[in-house]
Design a protein around this ligand. Structure first.
Ligand code: IMP
Length: 187
């Protein structure tokens, strides 16, 4: 089967927005003991760009999550597959997440992190799909809202593919192409 990826946010737009988010975090978090908690795998590209736009001392840690569902839908049952390497007690945590869809994953994660007694706990999410919200979670810094479509690229995958696209696009069935601004990929 071939698939096309229709560009939703191109590289320039992503970089501009991530720079704005970094500047906002920089002015809001001065003097704090910042740790970015990066949710793997989908957030690795966003986190790498965001971290370089935050002009403050900080550390970075990673947390692997697996949520169970039918492929494009989470069930809200979440397992930590790889935990943080250090304690976050007393620290100012910013969870860096690629996308908040139903909110179930983030709700679980925030509950879990809260038990570790950080001084503060905030969320920077690149994307949010408000139409699919099942649990409202606080998002302190948000990149873009998206409609109820399945997006890939810039870290986000479908069956582990497309994470390396430099833009975010919508996966659509159709003939593949190899070049062009449509961003078509596939095999
Ligand atoms: P939630 O628990 O429904 O909010 O889902 C959160 C997780 O589902 C995200 O961290 C992503 O890994 C995945 N996810 C949700 N929507 C998409 C999408 O459109 N593209 C790729 N992954 C998605």
């Amino acid at each position: 089967m071939t698939e096309r990826v229709k560009v939703l946010f191109d590289e320039t737009r992503l970089q501009e927005r991530v720079a704005q988010m970094g500047a906002q975090i920089t002015s809001a978090c001065r003097g704090q003991d910042l740790v970015l908690v990066v949710v793997l795998k989908g957030s690795f590209v966003f986190a790498a760009d965001l971290a370089r736009r935050i002009d403050l001392p900080l550390t970075v840690d990673f947390l692997g999550l697996r949520s169970y569902g039918d492929g494009t839908e989470t069930s809200g049952v979440v397992q930590i597959t790889s935990d943080l390497s250090r304690s976050i007690e007393g620290r100012d945590v910013i969870v860096v997440e690629d996308i908040v869809d139903t909110g179930l994953t983030m709700a679980y994660l925030l509950d879990n992190l809260r038990t570790r007694r950080p001084r503060s706990l905030r969320v920077a999410a690149l994307l949010h799909k408000p139409a699919r919200t099942r649990i409202v979670v606080p998002i302190d810094w948000l990149g873009f809202t998206v409609d109820d479509v399945f997006v890939v690229g810039y870290g986000l995958d479908h069956a582990e593919r497309y994470r390396n696209l430099p833009y975010i696009g919508v996966l659509e069935p159709g003939p593949s192409a190899t070049t062009g601004t449509s961003g078509a990929v596939g095999s």
